[in-house]
Design a protein around this ligand. Structure first.
Ligand code: AKG
Ligand code: MN
Length: 138
């Protein structure tokens, strides 16, 4: 389950999300991740993983409206889930980044061009997880 907040519309997985005003809590988090990432964002995709069956398949956030080499900041709340990277050209090796409640992952230049990432399903009993990915629509 996802929703988009931002100054511009965003097309993601063939769906177009309209521009939507920033709730105060999200603009506060945005300001903090902007200072961590050293760049500015104008939208956030919020994802809710209700349990271990909710997942995110392999993908790169490389839509044209993010520009040629976007920086994306990801903030996690709630349950621990596996967050995994694999190279676009060599998918055998997986690199897992442990992300827990309150963690921030900055996916810097080159990440979306060269890597895919995803959050696999898990059979373990896990609670809800919310992920915020801050993006810049050009
Ligand atoms: O939930 C996550 O940690 C990743 C979400 C993600 O990759 C996305 O929204 O593009
Ligand atoms: Mn992504």
């Amino acid at each position: 389950m996802s929703s988009w907040y931002g100054d511009a519309p965003y097309t993601y997985s063939s769906l177009t999300w309209p521009a939507r005003p920033w709730p105060p809590a999200l603009s506060e988090i945005k300001a903090q991740v902007e200072s961590l990432a050293g760049t500015s964002f104008n939208g956030v995709l919020a994802n809710l993983y209700r349990d271990g069956l909710d997942s995110m398949g392999w993908h790169a956030d490389d839509e044209p409206e993010l520009g040629p080499d976007p920086v994306i900041a990801s903030v996690v709340f709630g349950a621990d889930r596996r967050f995994v990277f694999r190279r676009k050209g060599d998918t055998a090796e997986k690199i897992e980044v442990p992300l827990g409640n309150g963690d921030v992952l900055i996916m810097g230049p080159g990440t979306q061009r060269r890597w895919q990432h995803g959050v696999p399903k898990t059979a373990k009993p896990v609670g809800e997880r919310i992920n915020l990915t801050f993006r810049r629509i050009i």
